[in-house]
Design a protein around this ligand. Structure first.
Ligand code: C2E
Ligand code: MG
Ligand code: MG
Length: 288
């Protein structure tokens, strides 16, 4: 009984802290309201950034990234609105929207006679904790007749920590549907071996923090080399994020990264442009 009292006391403390922050920042409240409207008014869309095999630069997969175009505010960055949405259940609605849009887009490419590559969606902590996480994914796949092998999820260590056991179960269930799992922003969080040991994962994404200027920084090169060796010993593939120059690409190739994503090889692009890329590359490589 005492634990119930403690929990609810803690809850109301958290809640009042949250309200205090919100009250202190009316701009945040307004933005949150606008974001709810955005969901209803179709202001949100997905762009797709290509991920290439680092050696042959063959198209390997894509990351779906959310974009918000507000009629008055213009483009609002996900780096701003995702953390805001994560402060309430709004993130669950956004997550459902992204899942539905991504799977529908894969189905559209297939209907156009293209052979899509796997598409990764970003998953927030609150979504990972949700009961029925894999069921929702399964329903979306079934609705559009899309194979689970064409969908991937990216999770961050930050997203895993609040309920690690549930997150692991959910990711395992998603894995049973054929989905690959990548650990995003690797190196910026706890980089705990616990995650690497226990999670049903396929890939690590090395954060841009270690990639930007890696060609000129011997220390970053040593860090990346160590991350890659560790990942490979755990049979994980390595995706280098945020590669902006050819020199970075060449260095990352030498450091044995497997895949590359960044402005140098391809910016996030609308579905029609990605369709052209799919057509030019002549379809999919086998998902690994
Ligand atoms: P992320 O998942 O790490 O995504 C990679 C970010 O790096 C994207 O920013 C992408 O546009 C950017 N990027 C890619 N290549 C380069 C490069 O060469 N140079 C630079 N400077 N940046 C590059 P974006 O689209 O602004 O997204 C920011 C973050 O917002 C994402 O980081 C992700 O954490 C979150 N996000 C985006 N879409 C979603 C979504 O649908 N759901 C959730 N939960 N989070 C999302
Ligand atoms: Mg990501
Ligand atoms: Mg990242």
């Amino acid at each position: 009984m005492s634990s119930m009292v403690d929990d609810s006391a803690l809850f109301s403390l958290n809640l009042s802290a949250e309200l205090a922050t919100l009250a202190a920042d009316p701009e945040l409240i307004a933005l949150q309201r606008r974001l709810r409207e955005a969901l209803l008014q179709d202001q949100l869309s997905l762009v797709f950034q290509p991920i290439f095999d680092i050696h042959g630069l063959r198209l390997h997969s894509a990351e779906a990234l959310l974009r918000w175009h507000h009629p008055e505010l213009g483009d609002v960055s996900p780096a701003r609105f995702i953390p805001l949405a994560e402060r309430s259940d709004l993130i669950l609605d956004l997550g459902r929207h992204v899942l539905a849009q991504a799977v529908a887009q894969i189905a559209r490419w297939q209907a156009q006679g293209l052979e899509p590559v796997p598409v990764a969606i970003n998953i927030s902590g609150a979504e990972l904790k949700q009961e029925g996480f894999a069921r929702q994914i399964d329903e979306a796949l079934q609705r559009h007749g899309v194979s689970g092998r064409l969908l991937r999820v990216e999770v961050t260590e930050h997203g895993l920590i609040s309920d690690f056991a549930r997150a692991t179960d959910n990711l395992r269930a998603a894995g049973e549907l054929g989905l690959g799992v990548a650990l995003d922003d690797f190196g910026t969080g706890y980089s705990s071996f616990r995650y690497l040991r226990h999670l049903p994962m396929h890939a690590l994404k090395i954060d841009r923090e270690f990639v930007a200027g890696v060609d000129r920084d011997a220390r970053d090169q040593r860090v990346v080399r160590a991350m890659v060796a560790m990942a490979h010993s755990l049979r994980l593939k390595v995706i280098a994020e945020g590669v902006e120059t050819e020199s970075e690409l060449i260095t990352l190739r030498r450091l044995h990264c497997d895949y590359v994503q960044g402005f140098f090889t391809g910016r996030p692009m609308p579905p029609a442009d990605f369709a052209a890329l799919l057509a030019s590359q002549g379809g999919a490589t086998a998902p690994t």
